[in-house]
Ligand binder design. Structure first.
Ligand SMILES: NC(=O)c1ccc[n+]([C@@H]2O[C@H](COP(=O)([O-])OP(=O)(O)OC[C@H]3O[C@@H](n4cnc5c(N)ncnc54)[C@H](O)[C@@H]3O)[C@@H](O)[C@H]2O)c1
Length: 248
């Protein structure tokens, strides 16, 4: 049986670990060629070694806050093979803290990585995916925190809410090129990012989850495969919550 992404090329930013790594694996298992893009060049190379059994992955160093770096990533990804089909804006950071104690730099850093990074990704994915004329898919990774707002995460919640607006505007702008743009809102997932939470903080947050558990990275990958593939050809501008029902 063929894979859902046979013959496609996908870029996943921040794919050296966590949810990005899981999405890279999910795409490879569905037959895509995957560019593992990350600020941490060595971790990206190690990730590609780990993914070798799943399919053809390529590590590319990229800082999503830097326009030239994102432009080069898009060019590199579309150079070989049959062009670029899928792009996931996943790279992210956390700098939690109450607003009163948060330096402006802690706010700006989140906007730079999540908002500017996703906007640059949409811009260059839109240019390169459109080039071969058969359309494609952009997936932005927001967060349930961007919908509900979380105390101690004013920077993160602001950035993730902005990604919802970006997704809808880019979906309208890129629809004439048959490029669909959607966003996933993960809940609390089992990654290094969640491990930064104090255990009592994590336990308290899990009481808000109707399904009563932390999510597994492959559950985000499954949603990303759906949005990246022809399983969702009439879905654009959508916000898909993959959160066990948290803040539904
Ligand atoms: N883990 C969760 O529970 C959760 C929940 C909701 C949303 N998210 C979102 O999912 C995405 C992935 O989260 P994760 O938990 O896998 O994070 P993670 O910290 O495990 O991985 C993030 C990756 O992004 C890379 N990165 C950071 N800054 C970068 C930059 N400027 N350019 C390129 N790469 C950069 C890091 O090197 C790292 O490999 C993030 O956008 C995050 O906000 C995560």
């Amino acid at each position: 049986m063929g894979g859902l992404l046979d013959g496609r090329t996908a870029v996943v930013t921040g794919a050296a670990r966590g949810l990005g790594f899981a999405m890279a694996r999910g795409f490879l298992q569905q037959g895509a060629r995957v560019v593992v893009a990350d600020l941490d060049k060595d971790a990206a190379a190690t990730a590609v070694e780990e993914l070798a059994a799943d399919g053809q992955a390529l590590a590319v160093a990229c800082d999503v806050t830097d326009e030239l770096s994102v432009a080069e990533l898009a060019e590199r990804a579309s150079r070989d093979g049959a062009g670029l089909d899928v792009w996931v804006n996943n790279a992210g950071i956390l700098r939690n803290g109450d607003m009163a104690d948060m330096p402006l730099s802690g706010f700006r850093a989140l906007i730079d990585v999540h908002v500017q990074g996703s906007w640059l990704g949409c811009k260059y994915a839109g240019i390169h995916i459109g080039a071969h004329g058969r359309g494609g898919s952009i997936v932005n990774i927001s967060s349930i925190g961007g919908k509900a707002g979380l105390a101690g995460q004013t920077n993160y919640s602001t950035a993730k809410a902005a990604i919802l607006g970006l997704t809808k505007a880019a979906a309208k702008e890129l629809a004439p090129k048959s490029i669909r743009v959607n966003t996933i809102l993960p809940g609390i997932m089992r990654t290094a990012m969640a491990e930064q939470l104090a255990p009592e903080d994590l336990a308290a947050r899990l009481t808000d989850v109707p399904l009563g558990r932390i999510g597994e990275p492959h559950e985000i990958a499954d949603a990303a495969v759906f949005l990246a593939s022809d399983m969702s050809t009439f879905v654009t501008g959508a916000a898909l919550e993959v959160s066990g029902g948290r803040f539904m």
